[in-house]
Write a protein that binds this ligand. Structure first.
Ligand SMILES: NC(=O)c1ccc[n+]([C@@H]2O[C@H](COP(=O)([O-])OP(=O)(O)OC[C@H]3O[C@@H](n4cnc5c(N)ncnc54)[C@H](OP(=O)(O)O)[C@@H]3O)[C@@H](O)[C@H]2O)c1
Length: 272
C-alpha cells in the first residue's frame, strides 16, 4: 500500500466521538483547521447542529456530517456505522473522545451505570476501531483518549481507571497488529482538563496541584495531533503529569493505593 504523508489530512474524513464535549470540540476545531472533513457524533442533535454551524462558519470545509447516537446501544451504534458505510465516507482519522468519568464507590453504582460507563469508555471505542479498519482511507490514524487515571488502579474511581487502563493496553496492542499496514494507533493520556463545570471546580479544589496538572482541551488536542504526526504509541500529556508518573513509579503499590483511596473517597461525582 502506498504511503500517504502523515500530516496530510485533506483526503478522507475524521470521525470524532464525543464531539460535543470539551475535548471532542477542541479536536473538531484543531482538525477542521487542518482542512479535514468531519464526521461528528454525540448524543444531542441540538449540540451537534450548533457545532456543525460553528465549524462551517470558521473553516473552509467541504463536508461536516453529524450523527446523534448513544454509543452504549448496539443497535444505534450499528445503524450509525451503516450510514457512514452507505455514504461511502472513508476514514482517515478516528478520535475516540467520548467518555464518562463517574467517580464513587462501587457500592453506590447501579448495575446500569456500571454497564454504561464500561460501554462508552471501552466497548464503543473498540467497536469503532474495528469499523474504521474496514472503512479506512489509504492512511488511517486512530487516537484513543485514555487518561493518566488509568496508569494506576484507583479506589473510588475504580471503573473509570480500569476502562482507561484497558483502552491504553488495547491501543498499544492494536498498533502492533496494524504495523506495516499504513495505519497507526496513538493512546493519549491527559491529566485534568477544565471541560465541564464540575471538573473546573475539582481542579480549583486541588489548589496548586490541580493548576500544575491541568491543561486546556485545546492544548491537549493540538499536542495529540502532533504526537500522531510523530507516530507515537502512547503519550502522557503535560510535564507535571510526566514527572508524577516517573517519580511515583518506584513507590510500592500499597502506598499508592492508600494515598489514592484517602484522597478519592472524599469525592463523589456523576454528571451522566
Ligand atoms: N476532562 C478531564 O479532566 C479528562 C481527563 C483525562 C481524560 N479525559 C477523557 O477525555 C475524554 C473527553 O472528556 P471531556 O472532559 O471532554 O468530557 P465531556 O465534556 O463530558 O464530553 C463527553 C463527551 O462524550 C459523549 N458521550 C457521553 N456518553 C455518551 C454515550 N453514551 N454515547 C455517545 N456519546 C457519549 C458526550 O456526549 P453528550 O454531549 O451527548 O453528553 C460528550 O460529547 C473522555 O474520554 C474523558 O474520559 C478527560
Amino acid at each position: 500500500m502506498k504511503n500517504v504523508k502523515k500530516e496530510n489530512y485533506t483526503s478522507g474524513y475524521a470521525l470524532i466521538t464525543g464531539a460535543t464535549g470539551g475535548l471532542g470540540r477542541a479536536f473538531a476545531n484543531a482538525i477542521a483547521k487542518r482542512r479535514c472533513n468531519l464526521l461528528l457524533t454525540g448524543r444531542s442533535e441540538e449540540k451537534l447542529i450548533a457545532l456543525k454551524n460553528e465549524l462551517l462558519e470558521k473553516y473552509a470545509l467541504n463536508s461536516v456530517q453529524i450523527y446523534a447516537v448513544d454509543l452504549t446501544e448496539e443497535g444505534g451504534r450499528y445503524a450509525f456505522m451503516e450510514r457512514i458505510r452507505a455514504a461511502g465516507y472513508k476514514i482517515r482519522l478516528l478520535v475516540n473522545a467520548a467518555g464518562v468519568d463517574v467517580q464513587k464507590a462501587l457500592a453506590e453504582y447501579t448495575q446500569e451505570k456500571i454497564a454504561f460507563q464500561c460501554r462508552v469508555n471501552f466497548e464503543a471505542a473498540v467497536s469503532l476501531c474495528r469499523f474504521t479498519i474496514e472503512q479506512r482511507a489509504e492512511r488511517l490514524e486512530i487516537v484513543n483518549i485514555s487518561s493518566v487515571s488509568g496508569i494506576y488502579p484507583m479506589p473510588y474511581f475504580a471503573i473509570y481507571s480500569a476502562t482507561k487502563a484497558a483502552l491504553t493496553s488495547f491501543s498499544v496492542a492494536l498498533r502492533e497488529e496494524l504495523k506495516g499496514k499504513n495505519a497507526a494507533v496513538t493512546a493519549i493520556l491527559p491529566g485534568a482538563m477544565p471541560t465541564r463545570e464540575d471538573i473546573k471546580e475539582q481542579i480549583k479544589g486541588q489548589g496548586i496541584w490541580g493548576k500544575l496538572a491541568a491543561k486546556s482541551p485545546q492544548s491537549v488536542a493540538e499536542y495529540s495531533l502532533k504526537a500522531v504526526g510523530k507516530n507515537k504509541a502512547k503519550v502522557i500529556v503535560g510535564f507535571w503529569n510526566k514527572c508524577m508518573r516517573f517519580t511515583t513509579a518506584v513507590l510500592p503499590q500499597r502506598w499508592k493505593l492508600k494515598f489514592i483511596a484517602k484522597r478519592w473517597s472524599k469525592i463523589s461525582k456523576d454528571s451522566f
